[in-house]
Each structure stands twice: as C-alpha cells, then as structure tokens.
Design a binder for this molecule. Structure first.
Ligand SMILES: Nc1ncnc2c1ncn2[C@@H]1O[C@H](COP(=O)(O)OP(=O)(O)OP(=O)(O)O)[C@@H](O)[C@H]1O
Length: 483
C-alpha cells in the first residue's frame, strides 16, 4: 500500500517510478493473520481452477500419473509408461494422419507454446511496440492459444484495448523474425481478437509439376496449383474475371496454361470454348504450321496481331450479346450447356493491346471491347483472363473490373496494392519479395478473391512443353480458326 505525499523531500521518499513528480512512501497497515491466510487460500484456489480450465488434458495426465505411481509403485508405472510410448510411436508410424489429428499436433502446439511463443512473448511485445507501459506497469497483449497443423502455427491473441488489427499488420515482419518464421499473416477474429499464422515450412519452395487433368473438372473452379497450406489451389473461372500481373519471368504463362489444362475435358465435351489473344506469339505457342503451333489446336479462336485480336474480341462481344438476348428475362445464372457453353477469353500481355499499339483507333476499340466483356460478360458465361507486367492504371484502365486478381513477383512494393487492392501488402501479400530465381519464385503468387480480403499464397504447377504436347495429343481437336 502506498500513500501519496506531494511535496515531501525527495531523500525520505520511495518512488515506484523514477524521475516523476509524484512520489510514494510505503505505509504499514496491520492485517489479522487469518485475513492473510484467507487471501492466500483464495488465490491458490483461483489459480488451481484457472489451470484446470485452461489445461484440462495436461492436468488429467498429471493426476493420472500420480494415481498410477501411488497404486502400482514407480517401477511398474515406468514400465507402463515405456510401453505406452512404444504404442504411440507405432501408431505415429502406421497411421500418421489419425495420430497427428488426435495427438501429434496437440503435443507440437504445447511444445511451441512453451518454447517459442511464451518464452519470447514479453520481449517481442515490448521491442516491437505492441506492449505498453503506463504508470510503471507493463500491459501486454494476451497470448491465448497455439494450434498447429501440417504447415503452420496459429496463435490466437487478445489485443490490448485501443489496438486494431492494423497495428499488428504493420508489425508482422517483426513478429515473424522474433518467432523464427518466414512470414506472419494476421487474421481478424471476433472483436479484440486476432489469429496470427506463422508458417513452419513452405511446400511452395520447389517447383510443382503440372496438375493432372481430371476426367470431370469442377464446372466453376480450375485446379491450377498448390496453396501454401498444402491444399489444392482452386481458382474460380466461371462467373468472374481474372487479372494476372507479374514482372517478366514471374511465371504468368504457367497460370494461363494451368487454367487451359484444367478446362480441356470440358472443351472436348463442348461445354467450354477457349478464345486466345497472344500478341507475343510465344506464350501460347503460335506458329505457322500445326507442328509449330501445338497449343492452337486446343483453342476455339486464336489471334496474334492487334487487328486480329480486335476482330476476335468483337466476335466474342457479339456472341456475348446474343447469349444475353437469349437469356434476357428468364435465366438469371449461366450454366454451361452445348448450346451456351462457357467462354474463356485469355488475353496475354494485355498492355501491348491496350497501351502500346501504335494505331490509336485499334487501341481504343480494344479497350472498349474489353470494357464491355468485363462489365457484362460474367453473368452470361464469358470470363476474361488478362495477363500483364505493368499494373498502372494508364496501361490498363479496366484494372478494377476484375473481381479476382493474382500478383506474381512484382518489381516495387507499391504495385502490390495496385493489383490486389488497398492494404493487401499489409495483410501479408509480399509479392515484391518473391525470389527472382526461377526455381524458387517462378509461378509463386498471391491470389485475392472477390469474396475475401485475405490474400492466399500459392504456386502454379509448371506446364512444360512436354505437357503441352501431351495435352494436344490427347485433347487437340482441330486447328483453331486463326483470325
Ligand atoms: N510454375 C512454375 N514453376 C516453376 N518454374 C516456372 C513456373 N512458371 C514458369 N517457370 C519458369 O519461369 C520461366 C518464365 O516463365 P514465363 O514465361 O511463364 O514467365 P512470364 O511471366 O510469362 O514472363 P514474360 O512476361 O516475360 O513472358 C519459364 O521458362 C520457366 O522455366
């Protein structure tokens, strides 16, 4: 207990906070012994109940162990424990999935809670500025729970009152370094709560092979690669438009080819049509004879020069309007059929057509066709997929009309928000830090879907020239009508 004595001479005083104007001197209050004992008992009881509530399994284990030693003696108890450990090891080896789900991840979470997060929590909070000191007292965000799965730790925390998730997003790199993780992702939970995700390993660190073609692909989602949590990366390709942005060599081609590859069974069944503008004449394999142009035999329409690309887009636009007229008033949602298939229009290096073509008339007309397709196409089964290197608005005016976006390796950090939307980089989409080494970084990107502000990190499977040759052998139908 302290009594405040303003103005007392400093030499006689005890201060809890050095160098402050307000000073305190302890005053002794006599308390009956029974009160002290009752307070200590109350605290002990409260602590016990809290520990049992927070760690029921650990408490049960300790109690069980004590009971075992008491009832059979320590030698037999030791033998039993060794036998149980042997059983657990056998279980882990024979049935890894069920062992991890029931025991393994819990044990790992407990170890990481004790050894990584709890041990470094206080210094990390203080040094990163997420903890506060007021009136000599330290206030730290609460570390509540750690859970583990195959690729990451999820740490649930309670923020200090007055903090917001943005304070934490700005400190994400500090937290990642402090806890020895390659990155930290911040997700908002209920008010005042956050989940911090710290990956332990990166399944995207090595190139992935092309995803095997399914006999019956999902009508709306194309599987193009792997997410960083090890799950398949499913991209919506129906009822949306997709923008893919990446510096030269970032691997845009593998995303485009991944989508084409996944749709091939639907193309063969007549439920999907691929329209391709390929101004570079390389990405999608243009050539002057069928042997030089394997990719073309998979496409419904193919164009390379700006004039031909414009003709292709005009035709697509007319087709879209015909479908809209047919649907008008009685069909609300497009479902692919033989009469009205799903149309995917892939425009590689779209900036060349929208900004760099010399002929202004062609440029304006292409911009106008792309605007119409992107504003009216998705409800009638027309999906626009555009790839480019430079995300500036001057280069692609319709950038904001793409509901889904992918940022591959980018040259500058401010390009990330240009592609994925405001605040995406703070939420962990560090596309400017993706390795420029092909082996490590090509095809790696952050996907921002329309319905979620959280960017998903993933890598496209690499569709090699041999894969394309196989695709043409198995699915190539006829030489695309080259416009
Ligand atoms: N998913 C991937 N996994 C591993 N390596 C890849 C992947 N995608 C592409 N690569 C490698 O990166 C190289 C460049 O890829 P790609 O041509 O697709 O890049 P890009 O972004 O289209 O570049 P540009 O805009 O210059 O054409 C490829 O030759 C290939 O070796």
């Amino acid at each position: 207990m302290f009594r405040k004595l303003p103005g007392d001479p400093a030499r006689d005083l005890v201060s809890t906070t050095p160098d402050t104007a307000v000073v305190f001197r302890p005053s002794v209050v006599q308390v009956p012994a029974i009160v002290t004992v009752l307070i200590a008992l109350w605290r002990f009881l409260g602590g016990t109940v809290r520990t049992i509530y927070r760690h029921p399994i650990a408490c049960l284990l300790c109690l069980g162990l004590a009971w075992l030693i008491y009832s059979v003696g320590w030698q037999r108890a030791l033998l039993l424990i060794l036998a149980e450990t042997g059983l657990l090891i056998a279980w882990a080896r024979l049935e890894r999935a069920s062992f991890c789900a029931l025991v393994g991840w819990r044990l790992l979470a407990w170890y990481r809670w004790m050894w990584i997060y709890r041990r470094h929590w206080q210094p990390t909070m203080v040094i990163s500025g997420l903890g506060r000191t007021s009136g000599g007292r330290e206030f730290l965000p609460r570390l509540r729970k750690v859970t583990c799965d195959g690729w990451a730790d999820t740490v649930r925390i309670k923020m200090l009152s007055g903090q917001s998730h943005e304070d934490w997003e700005k400190r994400a790199p500090h937290l990642a370094h402090a806890f020895g993780a390659p990155s930290c992702r911040v997700t908002v939970g209920k008010p005042g709560w956050l989940a911090l995700t710290f990956p332990r390993r990166d399944p995207l660190a090595v190139p992935l092979p092309a995803i095997p073609i399914k006999n019956v692909p999902h009508p709306e989602f194309a599987e193009t690669g792997l997410r960083e949590d090890g799950k398949p990366l499913m991209l919506r390709v129906h009822g949306t438009h997709l923008l893919i942005v990446g510096a030269t060599g970032a691997g845009k081609g593998s995303w485009e080819w991944g989508i084409i590859r996944d749709r091939l069974p639907l193309v063969r069944a007549g439920l999907c049509r691929l329209w391709v503008c390929d101004p570079k004449r390389m990405e999608l394999k243009f050539g002057h004879s069928p042997s030089e142009a394997p990719g073309k035999t998979l496409f419904y329409r193919y164009a390379a020069t700006p004039e031909d690309c414009l003709t292709l887009l005009e035709e697509a636009e007319k087709e879209m309007q015909r479908t809209a007229d047919a649907f008008g008033g009685h069909v609300r949602k497009h479902v692919a059929s033989l009469e009205y298939p799903h149309n995917i229009i892939i425009v590689d290096e779209v900036a060349f057509l929208t900004a760099y073509v010399d002929d202004r008339k062609i440029r304006d007309a292409i911009n106008s066709r792309l605007s119409t397709l992107s504003t009216q196409g998705r409800s009638v089964g027309f999906t626009l997929i555009a790839a480019l290197q430079d995300p500036r608005k001057e280069v692609l005016k319709i950038r904001n009309l793409f509901p889904d976006k992918i940022a591959l390796r980018l040259d500058e950090s401010d390009q990330v928000d240009m592609v994925l939307g405001e605040g995406a980089r703070d939420r962990g989409a560090l596309a400017d830090l993706i390795a420029s080494d092909e082996y490590e970084g090509a095809g790696v990107g952050f996907v921002r879907l329309e319905k979620s502000p959280i960017p998903i990190r993933g890598r496209a499977g690499y569709v090699s020239d041999d894969d394309i040759t196989d695709m043409v052998r198995d699915y190539g139908q006829h030489l695309a009508e080259v416009i």
